[in-house]
Write a protein that binds this ligand. Structure first.
Ligand code: PMP
Length: 669
């Protein structure tokens, strides 16, 4: 993993290259193995040996004694036109690819104690049509040194750069103030004030105030040495701190694992696109979309921008008696996208809460309409609806461990798990058992609750749309409500915007969550028909629920942008591509011993084993393979972000295949 600093300027011509070269020299003199790298050089000279990067020549000139065999080839991209990188590349019929650039810089800087990566121009300078120097900085994750020329206007440029860099979650190591012109008596006071103002308003250290050098090449040694010392503590690099992992293990509860002897956790430092970045710089291809959520990938520029803009206005206000644009706009969007008739929206703060709200809606509906004996819920085995009490009562009784909470959980009515496969011919007899159980209890049932088409955490099972259609009919025949939990399946995951559309039905109440906010923060919603809302509200009735963070503006604003992206990104094409790629890459697993089933629906791929797997061993193997897949029980499954590429899906499929083939799934004897 590369350690060091990114050096940017407030403008071109501020002396960034000289500062980089002098700092490099000082670091080398101090005994550090250091290298300055030029990310992109424009305005290169054409020589017989190829394009010559002027700035690298400056590094070479400053450090001749340290590189007796010549300075390494330390420029990643070179262009002849002397202009901004995006334009220079365009004029040279080239495109700067950020992934490649990051790889190039890392391969040059790896193995050095300190890499000084010099950008081109300022922070906002574009590298291509969509990305800027800031994106490069963010991907490298190094602390940033900002070089500013001490002149009129520098306060504005410096403070703007500091803010932009910090907005990207990066550390500003400090500002180097450079005097590229000789001060005169008249502007001396102004230059002094510039330094003071930047320290005070930017809350940023001034690493050095380099006086006008004239012909002299180097700033004073004392100054440079001080700078090297100031930077030393920041250049600790990404050493995986075992302290943190120990604290985490000893004090933090993780989902579904022991508090005293938990499963191993892996520390993530950042994430971008489809990649999770670990502390040591390892990048893992994410196969989980953080449990169905991150459909657009991580660190999405538009979602980031929306979040920042909304924070600038307000992060939260209570929803009781107040409303705001983010809630109104999200509500409009969500109701517009949802199946017709779901016109009322309760903005909840998590999936489980949205299910609790749905259950309360159904019970209040029956109470208000005088059907007071209808107080129970009908569902199927193998379901999962969340971890709060109402939700747990309708989760699979074995998987949800009902015996642990007996006495607390209401006793609901369970039919067997639907056996009719999604991809097999439908046998109308599949519904018979459910119908029999239902009819026996119809008089006491308020609602049917089920995950449409895909039973997620309860077994990653895909059942036939006709079965769901049959449940809708059953509910209608008996005047019972149908609640669909689309928390995992909603927003395109199964190949339809909402999974209920496979069965061409509309529920009375629908829960959404997870991908609703693009995986940025916790938000869910319960949508209901006008009939449900009106009945509950008849004669002054009110729905008895109102969480503190209901309609949180920050979450609503991001969710609205996420829905816009979803509509704009042509999710149908993305999901249908992923379905094909998952089929292609997981099918070979069918040949493996110990595999009982392989199934794919939309952007969900499942390999089911005959026996429960060795989760810790598999987890370790997957990380070694550069992928993040979290198996559970007999299931190895993936549901990647929609922006995933064919190669990345192949990587996930290969990792699963090799994990099973090499026996990593087997329990330790
Ligand atoms: N319903 C389903 C179908 C889910 O998959 C989940 C989350 N795994 C939930 C409800 C609960 O959502 P949350 O974890 O946000 O409370």
């Amino acid at each position: 993993m590369m350690r060091g600093f990114f050096i940017t300027g407030t403008d071109t011509g501020v002396g960034k290259t000289r500062v980089t070269a002098a700092l490099l020299r000082a670091m080398l003199d101090a005994g550090k193995k250091a290298l300055a790298i030029k990310a992109v050089q424009t305005g290169c000279l054409e020589t017989e040996e190829g394009l010559c990067a002027e700035d690298v020549d400056v590094y070479a000139r400053f450090t001749r004694d340290h590189f007796p065999d010549g300075y390494p080839d330390a420029c990643c991209k070179k262009f002849v036109p002397a202009c901004s990188p995006h334009l220079a590349a365009k004029l040279a019929n080239d495109v700067i690819d950020l992934d490649e650039l990051v790889k190039g810089i890392r391969s040059k800087g790896d193995g050095y104690d300190v890499a000084l990566v010099e950008g081109a121009g300022g922070a906002a300078v574009p590298l291509n049509d969509t990305e800027t120097s800031l994106d490069l900085m963010q991907r490298l994750g190094l602390p940033v040194i900002i070089v500013a020329d001490n002149k009129l206007g520098m306060i504005n440029h410096t403070l703007m750069t500091v803010e932009m860099v910090r907005n990207r979650g990066l550390k500003v190591a400090g500002v180097v103030i450079n005097n590229t012109t000789r001060p005169d008596e008249e502007d001396e006071f102004l230059r002094e004030d510039n330094v003071k103002t930047i320290t005070e308003h930017g809350d940023v250290p001034i690493l050095a105030d380099i006086q006008f050098l004239g012909d002299q090449t180097y700033p004073k040694h004392r100054l440079l040495n001080r700078m090297v010392r100031a930077l030393e503590s920041l250049c600790t690099g990404p050493v995986a701190s075992s302290d943190d992992i120990d604290f985490d293990r000893d004090h933090l509860w993780h989902p579904y694992t022991s508090a005293t002897n938990p499963l191993v956790t892996t520390k993530v430092k950042s994430a971008h696109g489809t990649r999770l970045v670990l502390e040591d710089g390892t990048e893992l291809m994410d196969g989980m979309a953080s449990w169905w959520c991150a459909i657009h990938g991580y660190n999405h520029p538009e979602l980031n921008r929306t979040a920042r803009e909304q924070i600038g206005r307000m992060s939260h206000v209570m929803f009781g008696g107040l409303t705001h644009d983010p809630a109104v706009e999200l509500g409009r969007s969500l109701i517009g996208m949802a199946p017709d008739g779901l016109d009322h929206c309760f903005l909840a703060d998590s999936g489980s809460v949205s299910v609790e709200v749905a259950i309360k809606m159904a019970l209040q509906y029956m109470q208000t309409s005088g059907q007071t004996e209808r107080t129970r819920l009908f569902t199927v085995r193998g379901g999962y609806h969340g971890d709060t009490c109402g939700c747990m009562s309708v989760c699979d009784p074995d998987g949800g461990m009902h015996h642990l909470f007996s006495g607390l959980l209401p006793k609901q009515i369970f039919a067997p798990r639907p056996t009719c496969r999604f991809d097999a011919e439908y046998d109308p007899a599949s519904l018979e058992e459910a119908r029999a159980v239902f009819e026996q209890h119809a008089h006491e049932i308020a609602a049917i609750i089920i995950e449409p088409i895909v039973q997620g955490a309860g077994g990653m099972w895909f059942y036939h749309p006709e079965y769901l259609h049959g449940l809708r009919e059953l509910a209608d025949e008996h005047g019972v409500l149908l609640i669909l939990d689309e928390i995992a399946t909603g927003f395109g995951r199964t190949g339809k915007l909402f999974a209920c559309q496979w069965a061409d039905i509309v529920p009375d109440i629908m829960c959404v969550g997870k991908a609703l906010s693009g995986g940025y923060m916790t938000l869910a919603a319960t949508l209901a028909t006008d009939k449900v809302a009106r009945t509950i509200s008849a004669d002054g009735g009110v729905l008895m629920h109102g969480p503190t963070f209901m309609g949180n503006p920050l979450a609503c604003a991001v969710a609205k942008t996420s829905l816009d992206l979803l509509n704009r990104n042509e999710w149908q094409e993305q999901v249908s591509n992923i379905e094909g790629w998952l089929d292609e890459s997981l099918s070979p697993c069918r040949e493996l011993a110990d595999v009982s089933d392989v199934r794919v629906l939309g952007a969900i791929g499942v390999v089911e084993l005959t026996d429960p797997s060795n989760m810790p061993k598999l987890q370790e193997f997957f990380i070694e393979q550069g992928v993040w897949i979290r198996p559970f029980g007999k299931l190895l499954y993936v549901m990647p972000p929609y922006i995933v590429s064919r190669d990345d899906v192949a990587k996930l499929g290969n990792a699963i295949y090799h994990a099973i083939q090499s026996g990593h799934h087997l329990e330790v004897q």
